[in-house]
Design a protein around this ligand. Structure first.
Ligand code: NAD
Length: 400
C-alpha cells in the first residue's frame, strides 16, 4: 500500500511509497507505458536499494475509458489525479467531431497547471540536422493558460465577433475590417509573473546560468511587452539576491554566480537557438511563443520522439509523452518509448528524486550510445541495431 504525495508551503512531501496515477494511453500507449514502467521500477529499486517504490494506480481516459465506462474522460479520473496531485500519461486519441473535452485542457483548467515545461537536450548518437547539436541544452517554460490560447475566439461574421468589432470601432476608434474573425489575447501580470518565477526558481535550484524571457514586445507592447517588464520585475522583487539582469551596468565581467536574466524578441530567438545555442539555458515564454519554440528546439536535436513534457502548477503536475498515439504501430512492440520515459525522469526530478531522474537519463543515453535503438532512430543512425520497444527498455535498464 502506498501513501499520497502532499504539497505544503510550496514543497512536495513525497513518501517512500508514493501512489502515482497513470493513463497508459491509446494506440501505441500500452507498448510504451509497459516499457517505461519497467524502466521506472528497475531504476527506483536500484537507486534506493529497494527502500523506495512507486505504487502505480491506473486511471482511465481515451478509448480505453470509452470502451470500459462509456466516457472518454470519466470524472473519477480527474478526481483521482486531483487527490494524488501528480500523474503521468501516454498519448490519447482525440476523437474527431465529438463534443468531448480534451483531457489536457480539462486537467489544465481543473488543476491550474500553468507551466508547460519542455527540456530539450541532445543525446549522443541521435541523428540531427545540426553540426553541433550537443550545444543546445535548454528548458523551456511556456505559459499554459493565457494568451491567444485562452479560448476567447469568435467566428467571422458571428454576432459575438461583430459585437466586439462594433464596440472597439465605436469606443476606441479601432480599425478592424467588418466581418473579421476575432481572437482575444489576454496576458496578466499575475499569470506572467508566476510562470517567470517558476522558471527562475528552477534555474536557481538546478544551477543553470540564465533565464531568457522571449517576447514580441516590440510589436505587441502591452501584452508581450508586459510579459518582459513583469518578468524583470519579479526577478528583481523576489529573486534580487540570486539574479542579475544582463544589462546591469554593475555586472562588469562577472555575474557572481547569479542567474542572468535576459530577454530576446521571438523571431531573433529562433535564429539564436540555431546560431548560438549555448548562450541559452532556461527560457520563459508566453503561450504561443513557447509552443513554437519547443517544437523547433526539439527538431534541432533530433525530433519529437525524444522530447518529454510536463504541465506543472502549484502542488499539481501531469507529465506526458509529447507525441501522438502513432496508431499504425499499435501493439507491434516497435515504437520509441523515450518521450514517456524522459517525462518520467522529469516527474522524479520535480518530486525531488533527482537520483532516479539522473539514472534514467544515464540509462537512456547509454542505450542510444550503444546504438541499440528502436526503428525510428535505427533507420537514421549508421551501424545501429534495431531493437523492439521492450528490448530498448532492457538496454536502458542495463545502462542505468
Ligand atoms: P503522432 O505523433 O501519433 O504520429 C506522427 C508521426 O510520428 C507518425 O509517423 C508516427 O509513426 C511517428 N511517431 C510518433 N511517436 C513516435 C514514437 N514514440 N516513436 C517513433 N515514431 C513515432 O501524430 P498524429 O499521427 O498526428 O496523431 C495520432 C493521434 O494522436 C491523433 O488522434 C491525435 O489527436 C493524437 N495526439 C495526441 C497527443 C497527446 O495525447 N498528447 C499529441 C498529439 C497527437
Amino acid at each position: 500500500m502506498g501513501d499520497r504525495i502532499d504539497f505544503r508551503d510550496g514543497r512536495w512531501i513525497v513518501p517512500d511509497r508514493p501512489v502515482i496515477p497513470f493513463i497508459e494511453g491509446d494506440g501505441t500507449g500500452p507498448d510504451i507505458w509497459r516499457a517505461a514502467r519497467r524502466v521506472f521500477e528497475a531504476t527506483v529499486q536500484k537507486v534506493s536499494d529497494g527502500k523506495r517504490r512507486v505504487e502505480w494506480l491506473e486511471v482511465l481516459a481515451g478509448e480505453k475509458a470509452f470502451k470500459t465506462v462509456g466516457s472518454w474522460l470519466p470524472d473519477a479520473t480527474l478526481d483521482t489525479i486531483r487527490q494524488h496531485r501528480v500523474a503521468i500519461k501516454g498519448p490519447l486519441t482525440t476523437p474527431v467531431g465529438g463534443g468531448i473535452r480534451s483531457l489536457n485542457v480539462s486537467l489544465r483548467q481543473l488543476l491550474d497547471l500553468y507551466a508547460c515545461i519542455r527540456p530539450v537536450r541532445y543525446f549522443e548518437g541521435v541523428p540531427s540536422p545540426m553540426r553541433e547539436p550537443q550545444k543546445l541544452d535548454v528548458v523551456i517554460f511556456r505559459e499554459n493558460i493565457e494568451d491567444v490560447y485562452s479560448g476567447v475566439e469568435y467566428r467571422a461574421q458571428s454576432s459575438e465577433a461583430d459585437a466586439v468589432i462594433e464596440f472597439l470601432t465605436e469606443h476606441f476608434k479601432a480599425k478592424i475590417r467588418p466581418g473579421s474573425a476575432i481572437g482575444i489575447k489576454p496576458m496578466s501580470k499575475f499569470g506572467s509573473q508566476r510562470l517567470v518565477a517558476k522558471a527562475i526558481q528552477y534555474a536557481i535550484q538546478s544551477g543553470r546560468k540564465s533565464v531568457t524571457l522571449v517576447h514580441k514586445g516590440n510589436i505587441m507592447k502591452f501584452t508581450e511587452g508586459g510579459f518582459r517588464e513583469w518578468g524583470y520585475e519579479v526577478a528583481k522583487q523576489r529573486f534580487g539576491e540570486q539574479t542579475v539582469p544582463e544589462e546591469d551596468p554593475g555586472r562588469g565581467k562577472g555575474d557572481g554566480g547569479r542567474v542572468v536574466i535576459k530577454d530576446r524578441i521571438t523571431d531573433a530567438m529562433f535564429a539564436q537557438l540555431v546560431l548560438r545555442p549555448d548562450d541559452y539555458s532556461v527560457i520563459a515564454a508566453p503561450n504561443l511563443n513557447g509552443d513554437l519554440l519547443s517544437d523547433a528546439a526539439a527538431a534541432q536535436v533530433g525530433g519529437l520522439g525524444l522530447a518529454p513534457g510536463g504541465n506543472v502548477g502549484d502542488g499539481y503536475a501531469v507529465f506526458e509523452a509529447t507525441h501522438g498515439t502513432a496508431p499504425k504501430y499499435a501493439n507491434l512492440n516497435k515504437i520509441n518509448p523515450s518521450s514517456v520515459i524522459l517525462s518520467g525522469a522529469m516527474m522524479f526530478e520535480e518530486l525531488g528524486w533527482s537520483d532516479v531522474a539522473a539514472a534514467i537519463v544515464r540509462g537512456l543515453a547509454g542505450a542510444i550510445k550503444a546504438r541499440r535503438v528502436t526503428y525510428d532512430l535505427a533507420r537514421l543512425m549508421p551501424n545501429a541495431t534495431e531493437v523492439s520497444t521492450s528490448t530498448f527498455a532492457d538496454c536502458i535498464i542495463e545502462h542505468v
